[in-house]
Design a protein. Structure first.
Lengths: 112, 113
């Protein structure tokens, strides 16, 4: 019963490097989300995909891009990593608009 | 004024205590209310989900929603060391533009044996 799976779990990058964070869900959910969580800031929405084929910006989209590859997979890309993007990144999914979101266990990303 | 306010704690209690965690909100459009539990180095885990005023009970956990006061609570009875975690409240509404989901910043709870 995997739920939402995120890879990798940990990563260290140098400033300017690029990276793609992967997320896959096996619950046949329509909507998927990317958040970042920072101390004292809580969870902040980066991008979301309400359904396969659509993506929209959230609260903090600058410096990120996303791809909804298919119904199961939603990736987050950092084209040129900056130290300010050091954070824990969470992917979430849900079935429909009035249902709660279910989260993966996160990717811990450090940018030096 | 932020949309959702949650005291960050930390809150420390002895095993067996009753714990009360609270959030206030300002937007009367919120319809759905959730509590998530987050253990260290893990993702948020859904604990309680409700869409109406009143109480919802699940084992040792009770979620309470008071829409007139814009106030939600999570009560934990007979608290255990395994309840030590960060608790996030979240609330959402649905409109023509889609769904807005707002999280509190979380309250850190420590239960000592």
């Amino acid at each position: 019963n995997a739920g939402v799976t995120q890879t990798p779990k940990f990563q260290v990058l140098k400033t300017g490097q690029s990276m793609t964070l992967q997320c896959a869900q096996d619950m046949n959910h329509n909507s998927m989300y990317w958040y970042r969580q920072d101390p004292g800031m809580g969870l902040r929405l980066i991008y979301y995909s309400a359904s396969e084929g659509t993506t929209d910006k959230g609260e903090v989209p600058n410096g990120y891009n996303v791809s909804r590859l298919n119904k199961r997979e939603f990736s987050l890309r950092l084209e040129s990593a900056a130290p300010s993007q050091t954070s824990v990144y969470f992917c979430a999914s849900k079935q429909q608009s009035n249902q709660p979101q279910h989260f993966g266990d996160g990717t811990r990303l450090s940018i030096l | 004024q932020k949309e959702v306010e949650q005291d960050p704690g930390p809150l420390s209690v002895p095993e067996g205590a009753i714990v009360s965690l609270n959030c206030t909100y300002s937007n009367s459009a919120f319809q759905y209310f959730m509590w998530y539990r987050q253990y260290s180095r893990k993702g948020p885990e859904l604990l309680m989900y409700t869409y109406s005023s009143g109480n919802k009970e699940d084992g040792r956990f009770t979620a309470q929603v008071d829409k007139s006061s814009k106030y939600i609570s999570l009560f934990i009875r007979d608290s255990q060391p395994s309840d030590s975690a960060t608790y996030l409240c979240a609330m959402s509404y649905v409109n023509q533009a889609g769904t807005a989901l707002i999280f509190g910043k979380g309250t850190t709870l420590s239960v000592s044996s």
